[in-house]
Design a protein around this ligand. Structure first.
Ligand code: ZN
Length: 148
């Protein structure tokens, strides 16, 4: 149950607490009865699995739920993402994806409007773990593509 379970990584303590809190008590975990879209992805490098389900009405994400297992970074990223995209329009969700990706490639400023997700910016220094952090976002990106 540690950040080091597969690859050594060191993060600032505050950020680490945010990540571990979402890992231990994931928000928006579960399934939807009648999702508009459901996407399952895995990251074979680390063994992470994420299934993301969205209920979309009038161009807005009304509900977002995920199921998954894997390392703390993959699960915390999914928890924070699912929590934050609820209530967002599809265009706003696309903007969040772009920002999160830029942050994961080292652009810390791009992530500033993303709240708790900023806790993951330190992961950008560990390329193998970037895949863990991006997994749920790739599921979100594919979900939006399917909804188009
Ligand atoms: Zn992982």
């Amino acid at each position: 149950m540690s950040l080091e379970h597969s690859h050594p990584i060191q993060l600032n303590e505050l950020y680490r607490d945010v990540i571990m809190d979402h890992y231990r008590r994931p928000r928006n975990k579960g399934t939807l009865e009648d999702p508009s879209v459901s996407i399952a992805l895995n990251n074979p490098v680390c063994g992470d699995e994420i299934t993301l389900q969205l209920l979309v009405r009038d161009g807005r994400i009304e509900r977002a739920r995920f199921m998954g297992r894997g390392c703390s970074i993959s699960q915390a990223s999914a928890s924070m993402m699912a929590q934050q995209i609820e209530g967002k329009t599809l265009a706003e969700a696309e903007d969040m994806i772009a920002r999160f990706k830029r942050m994961m490639h080292g652009d810390e400023k791009a992530g500033e409007p993303l709240g708790d997700l900023m806790a993951l910016h330190g992961v950008s220094k560990f390329p193998v773990r970037v895949k863990c952090a991006l997994l749920s976002w790739e599921a979100l990106e594919r979900s939006l593509e399917q909804l188009r």
